[in-house]
Every structure is written in C-alpha cells, then in structure tokens.
Design a protein around this ligand. Structure first.
Ligand SMILES: Cc1ncc(COP(=O)(O)O)c(C=O)c1O
Length: 380
C-alpha cells in the first residue's frame, strides 16, 4: 500500500454508529482508578504524561512512516534530537555530530551535553567512510542530518552506518527534511530517525511537535524511558493536530517539493544567483548520493547569490511579498531566511556568495517566480 493510502486510514477508530473520524481528544493529567491496588499494579497508564488513545494512534502512524518498532512523541523537534542523544550517552563518552547539524542541536551539545562530561566532535558532512578515523573506544553515537541544515550536504549514510555497526555505535538521523516520505534511514540500518513534526506534519506553522522513531523495540523503550524521565510529554490537542496533518501530508509534500524544484531550477539560471543548492539538481556536489539514497526531494533548498553586500541581501528579502521572513519550513506559506548569522561551522562549507534558504509553500509556482524575479532584478 502506498503512503497516501496508509496515512488516510492509519490510527482511525473502529467504525460504529456515529464514530468520529479521528480518535477523540481526552484531556487528562490525573487518571482515576476504581481500585486502590490499580494505582500501582495495573500494567496500564497511571498519569497523563503516559499518553492517551490519540498518542497511541500518532505513534503508530510514525512507526508506519519510518518502518520503526516504536515511536516516542515529544514537544518539539529539538526535544526529539535531545531525547535521542540523552538516551544513548553517559559521562565520559565521545560523540560525533555532523557539522551541518541544526543550530539549536549544536547549542544543546555545546552548552548542556558538555556539562555532563560528554565530548562532542563535529565532523565534515562529506566525510563518508572516512568517519572511521574519528572513532574512539568511547564513541557512543553519531548524529547525522541529511541534507544538512542550511548548507544542504547529503551524507553517505550507508557507509557511515556500516562503520558505526562494526564499532557498536548508535546512529541517529534527523529526517525532518524528507518528512520520512522520500528517505528511509531505518531501512538503511540507522538506529533512530528524528522528526520535527512542526514542519510538514503540522503543515500550518502553528504547532511545535517532535517524534523519535527507533528501529528496534529495546531502543524505542530506552528513548521512551528517557523522554518520560526528563518530563517530555505532549498535549492531547497538539497530538491530535499532528495526526490530522498525517491525512494530507503526502499531497502537500509532493506539491511543495515540485514547486521547490521548479523554483530552484529557475533561480539557478538567474544572473544574480551563483547557484541553487538543491540535492535534486545536477549542480549539487552530492547529487549522486541523493539519486542513490532518496526517492524524491523536499520543499527546502538554498541559493548562493552572486557576491553582494549584506545590506543588498536584507533588501532583497524585504522586497519579497510572498516569501515571508521566518524560521522553519514545510508549512503552507513560503518562507525565506538569510543564513549568514547562523551558519556556524567548524569545517567551512565555502559558499562563493551570501546563502539564502527558501521553503516553498502552497502558493502558485508562477507567482513565486514572479516574486523572486521582481526582487532579484532590483539588486544593483
Ligand atoms: C532539521 C531540523 N531538525 C529539528 C528542528 C527543530 O524543530 P522544532 O522547531 O520542532 O524544535 C528543526 C527546526 O527548524 C530543523 O530544521
């Protein structure tokens, strides 16, 4: 069965007379019990933090999406990353993190994880099998993101997983860009796939949500136990909205991705643009890896402008009328950011001009192109 069909039907209540389309929202912190003995000895949920039927339905949807053995729902994508790391490190460990990781994950590693005696090493995203040279006896996890945040490098995931497995190292892949629809890290042998459901599954720029999907049951149990211990639970209302987003995600993702590829192709030929950084374009340095490992592309890409002053870049963004200035991606509205202040790297990705990141929404492609044409043409 194809994803669009699966996600129309997954996690729905059994139909009886007057059944609601999705599982009902049950709001509860306290759960009540008939018998005192059941408070501690029932083998059931005893408190709101342990979820509800709508949580079960959404977990099932994420497991189906990623072909995983268990999913843990958390308040946002950043929490999905931190819960995955915290479940798999201890004081004295060394972890390898892609240099292209999402900025706030880097901030968590540098400011929080480091306090607990974990050593963090950032590796260049194009390292591939060369990662073996960085592995130490105490390396416990590798944190990957492909394509990388802002700079869009595709990693050689199979090569890295193969080496990680020989050294018994856990691999965690942030799979937000692909929404799990065009990239399958768990099928390639990764241990954990992380999602910021804030992006495509919300789809409307108005909910923060995250999910961690594990390939094996013991790993899923480990992540769930860590998330609960740190107080990472999600509200039934937000959980319901993300399950609702699953119903339409395949169609929205396909439309937005199509627009992004068309816009990137068009922008690449514009005389104010040095190149588009989109893995589905032949000009992308890792296009061959994308072709091998992905079945499609997403709504998010970057462009490198021909060298110009930062004031020109800011003015360009201010002239755009349809591409709102705001962080995130995957929502119905097109977004744009300039990357310079947050493009923190240990290994310079070397862009020949200012980098701008674009998320295509659901507007018409001709209107998107016209917006960029008018704004780019005014660069002096
Ligand atoms: C790749 C990636 N992972 C994680 C996150 C964090 O997600 P959230 O905003 O849900 O915390 C983001 C947010 O932009 C992201 O781009």
């Amino acid at each position: 069965m194809k994803d669009a069909t699966k996600f129309t039907h997954i996690g729905r209540p059994k139909v009886e007379t007057g059944t609601s389309v999705n599982p009902p929202i049950i709001r509860a912190s306290t759960l009540l019990f008939d018998k005192a003995d059941d408070l501690y000895n029932g083998g059931h949920r005893i408190y709101g933090r342990h979820g509800s039927p709508v949580h079960d339905a959404l977990s099932e949807a994420f497991c189906t999406l990623e072909n995983g053995a268990g999913a843990t729902l958390v308040p946002c994508g950043l929490a999905a990353n931190t819960a995955s790391i915290l479940a798999n490190v201890k004081a004295g460990d060394h972890i390898l993190v892609t240099d292209s990781t999402y900025g706030p994950v880097r901030h968590f590693c540098n400011t929080q994880l480091s306090k607990f005696g974990v050593e963090i090493e950032y590796y260049p995203p194009n390292i591939g099998a060369g990662i073996e040279a960085l592995i130490r006896d105490n390396t416990s996890c590798i944190l990957l993101e492909s394509p990388g945040s802002l700079s869009m490098e595709i990693q050689d995931l199979p090569a890295i997983i193969k080496i990680a497995k020989t050294h018994n190292i856990v691999t965690i892949v942030d799979n937000t860009w692909s929404a799990g629809l065009v990239y399958a890290p768990l099928d390639m042998g990764a241990d954990i796939a992380v999602h910021s459901a804030t992006k495509f599954f919300s789809g409307h720029g108005d909910i923060l949500f995250g999910a961690v999907v594990s390939r094996t049951k013991p790993m899923a149990k480990n992540v769930a136990a860590t998330a609960v211990a740190f107080g990472n639970s999600t509200s039934p209302d937000d959980t319901y909205q993300i399950l609702r987003g699953f119903r339409t995600v395949v169609t929205r993702f396909a439309q937005q991705s199509k627009s992004a590829l068309q816009l990137a192709t068009w922008l690449e030929s514009h005389d104010k643009v040095a190149r588009a950084v989109h893995p589905a374009l032949k000009s992308h340095p890792n296009h061959d890896l994308w072709q091998r490992d992905f079945t499609g592309s997403s709504c998010l890409f970057s462009i490198v402008l021909k060298p110009c002053a930062q004031t020109e870049v800011l003015a360009l963004l201010d002239r755009l009328k349809l591409f709102a200035k705001g962080f995130s991606f995957g929502g119905f509205e097109s977004l744009v950011i300039h990357c310079d202040p947050q493009l923190t790297r240990n290994h310079d990705p070397k862009f020949e001009g200012p980098l701008v990141r674009i998320s295509c929404g659901l507007e018409d492609i001709e209107d998107m192109k016209a917006d960029w044409a008018r704004s780019l043409d005014q660069i002096s």
